[in-house]
Write a protein that binds this ligand. Structure first.
Ligand SMILES: O=C(O)CCC(=O)C(=O)O
Ligand SMILES: [Fe+2]
Length: 333
């Protein structure tokens, strides 16, 4: 685990994505990927543009701004209805990110230091049960088209990242495919508005993510932090043309806790001379893609992760049921 942000590693996946690397180079990249997943659980990734063009990432951030600038009534028309659907607008205070799974405890944390954020969640747009909460085209021209394109390309990126994990385990690159090919992911736009520095420092409370991996793009404001084993929080400073990759609880469970689902949070950014004249912090925006297995995937200890005892720590679990429980605790039914 690094002691400072500068030492968080960066993996370049460009040659792997474009098929220019040799199998030996792919194995070396896969080994580095898994080592970082085991030791830190958080790193920067560069060289993704052959799959996800940077102009598209910029366009998504532009839409993030336009979306949250909509009048509150418009956003409320798109309100998040249930954690089962997991789609729509989550207004300030609705979700409290937490390490606890106990609704009373989470409620107490919300009272003490509410998450100062609003978010918009987008699913796979072809779900037969839960329709998407798209804004009207006349309100946000191009929004749906951009987000749909981004979602599909990030799904592709997730499949490639999981194939690196398979390669590192000496499994066929498509080993995970039958359990992750259902596009069961959540694309989340986040907006942390300016708030007075005199209040709570919390933007999103300390938590782990739930799924396989999270692909996270952040603007240049700063404030994201990860917890080191000593309990100290380390800043993850913004780095242009990278995303941050971290691992979620399901992958951690799948790997018998070998791959780390690292605790992280966002706090108010450091004070800079050029801002804060009005006593308010700078706005922060980020875009997270929470990758999940298919809802019916059975998560039981992967080959190669049984450890010296040869025993799995956890009973098998159905991915969709596990995920639903986690979401319900943080957001409510
Ligand atoms: O905004 C960020 O950088 C982190 C967001 C996050 O951790 C989450 O939504 O789970
Ligand atoms: Fe998170």
């Amino acid at each position: 685990m690094p002691s400072s942000a500068e030492s968080l590693n960066t993996l370049d996946i460009s040659r792997f994505l474009t098929g220019q690397s040799t199998p030996t180079q792919d194995r070396a990249l896969a080994a580095a990927f898994v080592q970082l997943a085991k030791e830190v659980g958080f790193f920067y990734v560069e060289g993704y543009e052959s799959v996800v063009p940077q102009e598209l990432v910029d366009e998504v951030f532009h839409h993030n701004e336009r979306f949250f600038d909509l009048p509150l009534e418009k956003k409320n028309e798109l309100a998040y209805t249930s954690s089962k659907a997991n789609r729509g607008y989550l207004s300030f205070g609705r979700e409290q990110a937490s390490l606890s799974k106990d609704p009373d405890q989470i409620g107490a944390e919300r009272e003490a230091a509410k998450d100062q954020k609003e978010t918009f969640e987008i699913g796979n747009d072809v779900d037969p049960v839960y329709p998407e909460h798209w804004p009207r085209e006349e309100d946000l021209p191009g929004f749906k088209e951009t987000m749909t394109r981004f979602y599909v390309l990030l799904d592709e990126l997730h499949l490639r990242l999981m194939s690196l994990l398979a390669i590192s385990l000496d499994l066929a690159p498509d080993f995970f495919l039958p359990q992750i090919d259902g596009r069961n992911h959540c694309l989340r736009l986040l907006h942390y508005p300016p708030v007075p520095r005199s209040g709570s420092n919390n933007r999103i409370g300390a938590h782990t993510d739930f799924g396989t991996t999270t692909i996270l793009f952040q603007d240049d404001t700063g404030g994201l932090e990860i917890e080191s084993p000593s309990g100290a929080f380390i800043p993850v400073v913004p780095k242009p043309r990278t995303f941050i990759l971290n691992f979620g609880d399901i992958l951690s469970r799948w790997s018998n806790d070998e791959l780390k689902s690292t605790v992280h949070r966002a706090v108010l950014p450091d004070l800079r001379d050029s801002e804060d004249a009005d006593g308010l912090t700078k706005t922060r925006r980020s875009v997270a893609f929470f990758c999940n297995p298919n809802p019916d995937a059975i998560i039981s200890c992967l080959p190669g992760f049984e450890g010296p005892s040869g025993k799995a720590k956890y009973e098998p679990v159905v991915a969709g049921e596990y995920y639903a429980q986690m979401l319900e605790a943080e957001i409510g039914a």
